[in-house]
Design a protein around this ligand. Structure first.
Ligand SMILES: *[C@@H]1O[C@H](CO)[C@@H](O)[C@H](O)[C@H]1NC(C)=O
Ligand SMILES: *[C@@H]1O[C@H](CO)[C@@H](O)[C@H](O)[C@H]1NC(C)=O
Ligand SMILES: *[C@@H]1O[C@H](CO)[C@@H](O)[C@H](O)[C@H]1NC(C)=O
Ligand SMILES: *[C@@H]1O[C@H](CO)[C@@H](O)[C@H](O)[C@H]1NC(C)=O
Ligand SMILES: *[C@@H]1O[C@H](CO)[C@@H](O)[C@H](O)[C@H]1NC(C)=O
Ligand SMILES: *[C@@H]1O[C@H](CO)[C@@H](O)[C@H](O)[C@H]1NC(C)=O
Ligand SMILES: *[C@@H]1O[C@H](CO)[C@@H](O)[C@H](O)[C@H]1NC(C)=O
Ligand SMILES: *[C@@H]1O[C@H](CO)[C@@H](O)[C@H](O)[C@H]1NC(C)=O
Length: 906
């Protein structure tokens, strides 16, 4: 489909007028309450040449009913809904299907029609045949081994096409006997709190379909008991360790399956464009390659366990303030290279579902955005699963269905109102001829196929055995313990995600010979009201081990640094462990810190989802400084103790300038938000039981204004307007901005120290020759500098992603203790390509290298990795000129280049 130029042309024709509906909801779900106002983009009807035959304009009545206030006392009527009230059987005799459409000439504002004529065919026509040894036909239950840069073996790229084909065949035969209404039910959630999970698709017992349970979160089973609170996404990303990230996905997946969850609502892969972004901790940091690898491994792990992954929030949902009334404006190249990339990697991991977000993109809601859903996700990436709305993010019937939305969640328009844009409205739209039934077939088929893809039709798949909204109801919550020994991974990964930022004179690790230790700071303490004292973790009193909002779990227990340090110090007969958690009592802190061999100061910063405000932080952080007077506490302790060690638990970057150069602050550990074993994870690094390997997944600046983009919390004059967020920095997010603008950060992206040191040598870069078979034409085109063709699945084509270049080098441990390194590969494009100065395109882990030991490391690059998005041609293209002009930098961070070379000329 030659969409782009036509899209642009149509776009100009139908610039939407923005009209508002008061849109009031309550409580929390995946993404909880859509508070305040929600805008609906409307325009004059656009007549298109599509096969949508009906001339019926689509409308939103925007009536007072939308603003009716919702009772907040909605309760769960039955354990698991067995029919949906949103799509009751029409009374055939009276034929009284309510029509949602106004009569002709109505003055009611009309919803935007899709800007592109759309045939409602199922994307894609699978054209990606497996290639033995490279692109291997794979079932989600048996993903390829984690790529390991120390074996020299090229990564295997899984092809899920045959598994999808089989699943589609099964889905089609199951659905053959479904009525229109039954198919619509597959696409319509039962309504907020209408079942045991945060989202529910009703069972159809007659047809042998048990329904679907959709449950948060990206770090475990939200609202479950006897579940593990895993390290957060940002701590997972800070490990830069594919094997640990895969394992985390697998274990989280097993917990979801053990509770009977079909779809786990994660991972989250928004890009942390704004340092203060409230949900950044759920995601994987500020670089698309790193976030893409983390998303890929997480999904492979989750789906190996048998739960459907859900890549979210698609797309450009980068801040919490006004998230339902902000429109992100960005160019197509930035969209492809930065924001969409982790979603593309999710599709390559065989992800079953994608969640569209609350915000608008170019004035069109994410859940009715033809360009992002139909064109980029389904056509270009070849996504064969289904797109669900974020909770209450659906804004229309026709516009959404035409633009590719396949499932509305939790089903109702506003939580608990019993109305839906799908349900009866969708059934009626098909009956009136506005929406072809083939599109509803497509929606239902995608959803049921995903269920088969993960083998959830197997009788051994557990039934839902918990009750998200009523955890204390013994009748519906069976208290199944799914934790197994997952705490071991949590503890190890928590340590692996800790970044050693500063370590003067080898102050760390602690030797065990310390006689007196001070623990200072509220962040070291257990929470006084218990680990789950705040609903959805919406508070900050004690150790910060996850942010707040729907991306949380209950803690089964929570090890604070205070407990962990005392237990560890006792092993070495440390004769005194003192503490103070009174952050504002600086006299007490100074008195306690004097004459201690080491003073460990714990500080933190927290954030979360916008439906909860904590200490004036409305989801997004209101500043980039530490909470509870942490900076003053550090300086007070350091004023008397020359061995001050600061441990920071933080959801994102902080400005460290108030104390980072204080000569008494000898060491700093960046400890992220690491889950239920937070105290043990920190202690293992403090005492050197774990030699740190974590690397920053974002840049720590010297000043807030050094970042490429700032939170927009004001603007839009009044709440009745859409606030525009121009992504003026384009490709230059995070380190790309600092590099391009020559701004010195405090700690750069990719930075992290070890208790040992490493040397890099012997760089070699070669092209890989392969038997290209059917792909040789595509490869010749690419080599001659032409963009990829516009085809279904064109961005995920095997020839584009198979290893094309091999980069090898040697890493040697030059220090005195065993340790691991994270070699990073950055490309330096010729300036004519318009790329940022450096772009991360590879990394791997070298584990457990003993002193003086060397190992050869291999990183592979694909043609995709060396391409950029050509907006004009709508394809991936290599930089112009000689490929040998593309520089390769291998180093220990984005600013610590150790080896330089270039790609081989073609
Ligand atoms: C299904 O509906 C019936 C009738 O409303 C109700 O009695 C039953 O409890 C429901 N089953 C479940 C599993 O909710
Ligand atoms: C719709 O399908 C027809 C027939 O297959 C095809 O000719 C046309 O190009 C398609 N339109 C779009 C926008 O894909
Ligand atoms: C890579 O494989 C080697 C040999 O099998 C193993 O020792 C090492 O731990 C692996 N590294 C990673 C990061 O998985
Ligand atoms: C938004 O507009 C820009 C500029 O016209 C365009 O490059 C981009 O593709 C558009 N994105 C979407 C999702 O419509
Ligand atoms: C159908 O959608 C409209 C908004 O377009 C809404 O006002 C109406 O209540 C919905 N009808 C039902 C039965 O849910
Ligand atoms: C570290 O030790 C060296 C020599 O042992 C000394 O000169 C230097 O001042 C020390 N640095 C700090 C920050 O204490
Ligand atoms: C401290 O305790 C650990 C664990 O028991 C032990 O391995 C280490 O040797 C001890 N160090 C000292 C200095 O006692
Ligand atoms: C930043 O926000 C935190 C958390 O609300 C607060 O404790 C702190 O005082 C604020 N810092 C400044 C400088 O306002």
């Amino acid at each position: 489909m030659g969409l782009p130029s036509r899209l642009r042309a149509l776009w100009l024709v139908c610039l939407p007028i923005l009209v508002l509906a008061q849109h009031q909801t309550h409580a929390s779900s995946e993404s909880a309450s859509v508070s305040a106002t929600t805008a609906v983009a409307v325009s004059s009807p656009v007549s298109t040449a599509s096969t949508i035959s009906s001339a019926l304009p689509v409308s939103s009545t925007l009536s007072a009913s939308l603003s009716a206030s919702i009772s907040s006392s909605a309760t769960l009527s039955s354990a698991a809904s067995n029919s949906t009230s949103l799509n009751p059987t029409p009374n055939a005799s009276s034929g009284d299907i309510p029509t949602p459409f106004p009569s002709a000439g109505s003055t009611v504002p009309r919803l935007r029609a899709p800007v592109v004529p759309f045939n409602f065919t199922s994307f894609p026509v699978p054209s990606q045949s497996p290639i033995p040894g490279v692109f291997v036909s794979t079932d989600p239950s048996q993903p390829p081994e984690v790529f390991n840069g120390t074996t020299g073996e090229a990564p295997v790229i899984p092809s899920f096409q045959e598994a999808w084909d089989t699943a589609f065949d099964k889905a089609k035969s199951l659905l053959a006997g479904f009525s229109l209404q039954e198919k619509v039910d597959i696409a319509t959630g039962v309504g907020w709190m209408g079942g045991r999970c945060v989202g529910n698709i009703a069972a159809n017992e007659d047809k042998g379909f048990p329904g679907l349970c959709l449950e948060d979160s990206p770090i475990g089973v939200r609202y479950g008991d006897f579940v593990t609170a895993f390290p957060t996404g940002i701590s997972a990303a800070a490990t830069w360790n594919r094997a640990l990230i895969r394992l985390r996905g697998l274990l989280m997946g097993r917990e979801h399956v053990g509770k009977g969850v079909n779809i786990a609502l994660g991972p989250m892969m928004n890009m942390g464009r704004i340092a203060q972004g409230g949900r950044n901790w759920e995601g994987f940091g500020g670089d698309p390659f790193l976030a893409g690898e983390a998303a890929y491994e997480t999904i492979l792990g989750m789906q190996e366990a048998g739960v459907q992954g859900c890549a979210k929030h698609y797309i450009n949902n980068e801040q919490e303030h006004k998230r339902t009334t902000t429109s992100s404006f960005l160019d197509d190249r930035t969209q492809h290279e930065i924001y969409a990339h982790p979603f593309m990697r999710s599709v390559m991991a065989g992800v079953a579902s994608v969640m569209c977000s609350y915000n608008l993109i170019n004035q069109t809601y994410a859940c009715e955005n033809d360009k992002t859903i139909n064109d980029i996700l389904k056509r270009e990436f070849g996504f064969r699963g289904y797109v669900m709305s974020d909770w209450s993010a659906t804004e229309s019937t026709f516009g959404s269905v035409a633009s590719g939305l396949d499932m509305t969640m939790p089903g109702d328009i506003n939580f608990g109102d019993g109305l839906s844009y799908f349900g009866r409205n969708l059934t009626a739209s098909v009956q009136s001829g506005t929406i072809p039934e083939t599109r509803v077939d497509d929606m239902a088929t995608r959803i049921i196929a995903a269920w088969y893809l993960l083998h959830q039709d197997d009788p051994s798949f557990p039934a839902v055995n918990f009750n998200a909204f009523h955890i204390d109801d013994d009748a519906t919550n069976e208290r199944v313990d799914v934790q197994a020994d997952h705490f071991k991974l949590v503890r190890e990964m928590g340590s692996a995600g800790i970044v050693l930022l500063k370590n003067e004179n080898s102050t760390l690790p602690l030797t065990g010979s310390e006689r007196a230790i001070l623990i200072a700071g509220l962040d070291a303490a257990p929470q006084p009201g218990g680990p789950n004292q705040f609903s959805d973790q919406g508070g900050n009193e004690g150790i910060m081990a996850m942010g707040w909002g729907s991306g949380t779990t209950n803690f089964p227990y929570l090890i604070s640094p205070y407990e962990a340090i005392q237990a560890r110090a006792k092993q070495n007969r440390t004769t005194m462990v003192d503490w103070t958690f009174a952050n504002f009592d600086l006299n007490r802190a100074r008195n306690a810190a004097a004459r201690k061999d080491v003073a460990l100061v714990f500080i933190n910063a927290d954030s979360g989802e916008g439906y909860i405000t904590v200490d004036g932080n409305e989801g997004d952080r209101k500043n980039l400084t530490s909470w509870h007077g942490g900076d003053a506490l550090v300086n007070a302790v350091a004023s008397v103790n020359p061995n001050t060690v600061v441990v920071v638990h933080s959801v994102g970057p902080l400005i460290l300038e108030p104390w980072i150069d204080n000569p008494n602050v000898k060491a700093v550990l960046w400890a992220g938000a690491s889950g239920q074993e937070a105290g043990n994870s920190a202690v293992d690094v403090l005492y050197g039981d774990y030699n740190p390997t974590g690397r920053l997944p974002y840049t720590i600046a010297r000043r807030p204004e050094d970042y490429s983009a700032q939170l927009m919390s004001q603007g839009g004059a009044n709440s009745a307007q859409i606030l525009s967020i121009p992504y003026e920095e384009g490709l230059l997010i995070d380190y790309r901005w600092f590099d391009a603008k020559n701004i010195t950060p405090r700690y750069e992206f990719g930075f992290g120290l070890s208790y040992t040191t490493f040397d890099y040598s012997d760089l070699s870069i070669t092209a890989i020759s392969s038997d290209d078979g059917d792909d040789s034409d595509a490869i010749s085109r690419w080599e001659s500098g032409q963009a990829t063709l516009i085809e279904e699945g064109s961005s995920t084509a095997p020839w584009l992603h198979r290893p094309a270049f091999k980069v090898t080098f040697t890493v040697t441990n030059t220090g005195s203790v065993t340790g691991g390194e994270v070699p990073q590969l950055y490309l330096v494009h010729p300036s004519s390509s318009g790329e940022p100065p450096l772009v991360l395109k590879g990394f791997t882990n070298v584990d457990n290298l003993t002193p003086n030991e060397s190992t050869e490391v291999t990183i592979f690059l694909s043609r995709y990795d060396v391409s950029f998005w050509d907006t004009e041609a709508q394809g991936w293209r290599r930089p112009g000129g000689d490929l040998g002009e593309v520089g390769v930098v291998v180093g220990a961070s984005s600013r610590d280049a150790r080896l330089r070379g270039s790609l081989p000329s073609l």
